[in-house]
Write a protein that binds this ligand. Structure first.
Ligand code: NAD
Ligand code: WQD
Length: 338
């Protein structure tokens, strides 16, 4: 099977490419390099021992997408390509609808033209909005708290309508919780442009001395230590979940929403302490006001993935921190924080 990975040189796409190759799949990476660098391709060659086909293109280019699907004989698509910064989506909602929803529409039309009807979509736990209960299972009501989350919800609904209209379609919407960590080789990892929004890459930059201190957004939440609790999941476990989803879709048509989480929440302070263990030095931090839009706690009920995919996360926060630190030292050269 040949799988097209849109957004394939990005954080989760590149790790999934490595795991798919190891599982015996042929992959084609497509990316417009708006949030990743071509250097990833050489690192993937070192990791996989293969030069993976790469197409620099935008998913909104429907004719190009149809041509690529045909040229490589793709049988399925994993759709990672998208903008993912919540704050940016609030400031630039049209850019997010154009890129994420418009891009997905063009991709689906290209797939229809090329006769490809299997897709795994990078959705997000953000579609659950403010949790009404925890842990979150797939039956939890969905809602959008920001334009980014609304794009994910709209795409899930587009896929649901398509699968209902055309029974040959197979779609798995994988609702990622909080991916973190890096490939064990230290050759690929999260490499965000600019100052990171997310906790783990921010902590990593403080640990390496690139940023002076971590601001902890609120320590007055109704959580064990007052800081936000999230379901951090190793990116290699997320990648493995995609392999399991592809196998599942070979057996099951229709539309499916499936959580990719560990079922265990960790607080900001717990992640900070775990990272200090991994890098063997203290990480400067100070408490700040809550970040607007943040929720206190969010973690998955991972039972459906276990039952329908036969998949569970196997790596803990120690491995997430160790692998992120290894990647940081290998890619940037770490200096002890002041
Ligand atoms: P990323 O930014 O590292 O990867 C996304 C890739 O898509 C980038 O390489 C970017 O250049 C590419 N891209 C963006 N728009 C494109 C377009 N129009 N055409 C072609 N390529 C385009 O992000 P990531 O963390 O790897 O996330 C991958 C997917 O998973 C995204 O859809 C994101 O919304 C989703 N997701 C991420 C997280 C997370 O915390 N990282 C959580 C839940 C869901
Ligand atoms: C985690 C915790 C913060 C940074 C976001 C998106 C979600 C998904 C994953 C795409 C929270 C705290 C963070 C910092 C901090 N992305 N924090 N200081 O907000 O759970 O989810 O990324 O789909 O859609 O909403 O992840 O890493 O930003 O925050 O204290 O500098 O760390 O308050 O409690 P979040 P995050």
């Amino acid at each position: 099977m040949t799988i097209l990975l849109t957004g394939g040189t990005g954080y989760i796409g590149s790790h999934t490419a490595a795991v798919l190759v190891e599982a015996g799949y042929e992959v084609v990476l497509l990316d417009n390099l708006s949030n990743s660098r071509p250097e990833v391709l050489e690192r993937l060659r070192q990791v996989t021992g293969r030069t993976l086909p790469f197409v620099e293109a935008d998913v909104r280019d429907r004719p190009k997408l149809a041509a690529v699907l045909r040229e490589y004989g793709c049988t399925a698509v994993i759709h990672f390509a998208g903008l993912k910064a919540v704050g940016e989506s609030v400031r630039q909602p049209l850019a997010y609808f154009d890129n994420n929803v418009g891009g997905t529409l063009a991709l689906l039309q290209a797939m229809q033209e090329a006769g490809v009807a299997t897709i795994v979509f990078s959705s997000s736990a953000t579609v659950y909005g403010e949790p009404q209960y925890l842990p979150l299972d797939e039956a939890h009501p969905t809602s959008a708290a920001n334009p980014y989350g609304r794009t994910k919800l709209h795409i899930e609904e587009m896929l649901s309508d398509l699968c209902r209209a055309e029974p040959a379609w197979r779609a798995a919407c994988l609702r990622y919780f909080n991916p973190a960590g890096a490939h064990p080789s230290g050759l690929i990892g999260e490499d965000p442009n600019g100052v990171p929004n997310n906790l783990m890459p921010y902590i990593t930059k403080v640990a390496s001395g690139e940023l002076p201190s971590l601001g902890i957004f609120g320590n007055d939440y109704p959580t064990p230590d007052g800081t936000g609790v999230r379901d951090y999941i190793h990116v290699m476990d997320v990648a493995a979940g995609h392999v399991a989803a592809l196998s599942f879709l070979q057996r099951e048509a229709g539309w499916h929403a499936i959580n990719l989480g560990t079922g265990r929440g960790y607080s900001v302070l717990e992640m900070l302490r775990a990272f200090e263990q991994a890098c063997d030095h203290a990480i400067a931090h100070e408490f700040k006001a809550r970040r607007p839009g943040d929720i206190a706690s969010c973690y998955a009920n991972p039972a459906k993935a276990a039952s329908v995919l036969g998949w569970r996360a196997t790596r803990g926060i120690e491995e997430m921190c160790e692998s992120a630190w290894r990647w940081c030292r290998a890619s940037k050269g770490a200096t002890r924080s002041p």
